[in-house]
Every structure is written in structure tokens, then in C-alpha cells.
Write a protein that binds this ligand. Structure first.
Ligand code: MG
Length: 253
């Protein structure tokens, strides 16, 4: 009996991470909602589309709130160097995200100055994008890393100029009413379909340099403090290099 309760406790505690509950009673309910999956590269039916190839209306400049000045052409948006990092207008908690990105085909720099961008979960936790094809740098700063924290399990990068995919599962941190951290963030990442981050426990926000969790914090490049305990927007980084994007969508979990 004791063993059964322990097993049950483990099942429930692990299944509650994403709000799922094991069905131990009536196996006929609740009936899962019907969703159309990815067909011909199109987003699932319940996805929130953040870039469909036509406009960047879902995004704005992180500090000024002005419209994106990144270039859009042929269904692709490309960083317009120096015009600034973008923030999503909508805020999110736990998500599944898909984003396709392409470092410049012409190699103009090296290390962190070659095809650098990144997607920040909740404006705080950077999943690094970098041209990591034969481009050595510190391992927790290459493509597929949680920047300054976890290197990817393998380097699944494509050559520069080729499209790459990130499929991200993000679990947001939780805070209690007093602003104390109850549970940290977790990230799973598939890079070009290959698992490179396996439910890693995020140590804290990417910046400042020493990772930290703070209920009142200053998201990357925002330069003002805010309540960081609830839903927060995504950031798409302008690091001064030419990186393109297409087909950006997410599902709220
Ligand atoms: Mg970056």
C-alpha cells in the first residue's frame, strides 16, 4: 500500500508539471480536444502565429514599442542590424514553440559574431541562435544552448545559409504570493529535429551574468524593472548579425 501511494505520488507530481493529470478513475474522460497537427509545414490548428510571412504585427521594439523595422521579403523576416531586439505583444507562460531561422550564408565574422540571434523565453531565458557550423566558441554559447548555462547535447547545426528549426517546450517558473520562487523554468529543445536540451532546469535569467530568479526583475534590453512572476513576452534578438526567420508559432500549454 505504501509503495502504491509512493508510486501514485510520483506519477501525480511528475504529471502536474504541465498541468496534466494521470487518469486513474473513469478512463473515458476528459476527452482530449481535437487539434489538427502540422500539415505541409503549416502550424497546428490551435497555434498562435507570430510570423506567417506577411508582417511582424505580433512584435514591436523592446524599448520604444515602435513597429518592427526588420526586413520582410518572400515570406522571410531578416534582422535589420541595429534597429533593435523585438518583443512579442502577447505574453505567455508555458509554451510549445516552433521557429525556423537561417544564419547568413556569407561568413562575415567568427565565434559569437557569426549568425548570432536568440529567442528569449519570457524575455529572460535565452535559447541561443548562432552559426555553429565549424565555428568554435564557448560551448554554452553555441547554437542549441541555454545561453551561459547549458551546452546542447550534440551540435545539430546546418551549414550557414541553410534553414534550421527549433522546437521548444518551455515550462515557466512559478512564484508564491510573496514572490518566492516555487519552481524554476525548464527547457526542452529539438534542433533540426534532434534533442539537444532534455528538460534542463534553468538556473535563472540569462542576464545579468550570474543567473538569478527575481520576482521583480529587468528583462533583457528593457532597461526597466517589472513584475516577472506572471506571463511575460518573448524576445527575438538583434545581435548585429544577419539572421532570417520564418514560420514562427507557438501553442500555450
Ligand atoms: Mg544570442
Amino acid at each position: 500500500m505504501k509503495k502504491l501511494l509512493l508510486t501514485l505520488g510520483l506519477v501525480l507530481s511528475s504529471s502536474l508539471i504541465f498541468g496534466q493529470t494521470a487518469i486513474l478513475g473513469d478512463p473515458m474522460k476528459p476527452v482530449p480536444e481535437k487539434v489538427t497537427g502540422v500539415v505541409d509545414g503549416n502550424p497546428p490548428s490551435d497555434a498562435i502565429v507570430l510570423f506567417d510571412g506577411t508582417n511582424m504585427d505580433a512584435w514591436e521594439h523592446v524599448r520604444t514599442g515602435e513597429a518592427s523595422q526588420w526586413h520582410i521579403e518572400d515570406g522571410i523576416v531578416t534582422v535589420n542590424n541595429g534597429t533593435g531586439t523585438l518583443v512579442s505583444k502577447q505574453s505567455f507562460s508555458d509554451i510549445q514553440m516552433h521557429i525556423e531561422w537561417r544564419p547568413n550564408g556569407e561568413i562575415l565574422g567568427q565565434g559569437q559574431s557569426r549568425g548570432n540571434s536568440g529567442i528569449f523565453m519570457q524575455s529572460l531565458f535565452e535559447i541561443q541562435m548562432l552559426d555553429s557550423w565549424e565555428n568554435p566558441t564557448y560551448v554554452n554559447g553555441q547554437a542549441g544552448s541555454v545561453y551561459h548555462q547549458y551546452p546542447p547535447l550534440v551540435n545539430a547545426s546546418n551549414p550557414p545559409g541553410e534553414w534550421q528549426t527549433y522546437d521548444i517546450i518551455f515550462k515557466a517558473p512559478n512564484y508564491d504570493r510573496d514572490g518566492n520562487l516555487e519552481s524554476p523554468a525548464y527547457i526542452t529543445l529539438l534542433h533540426n529535429g534532434v534533442l539537444v536540451l532534455n528538460h534542463v532546469e534553468v538556473i535563472g535569467s540569462t542576464f545579468p551574468r550570474v543567473p538569478e530568479y527575481k520576482a521583480t526583475c529587468e528583462p533583457y534590453e528593457l532597461r526597466e524593472t517589472m513584475d516577472c512572476t506572471g506571463k511575460l513576452p518573448l524576445l527575438l534578438q538583434d545581435h548585429g548579425q544577419v539572421v532570417s526567420f520564418r514560420n514562427i508559432w507557438l501553442r500555450q500549454l
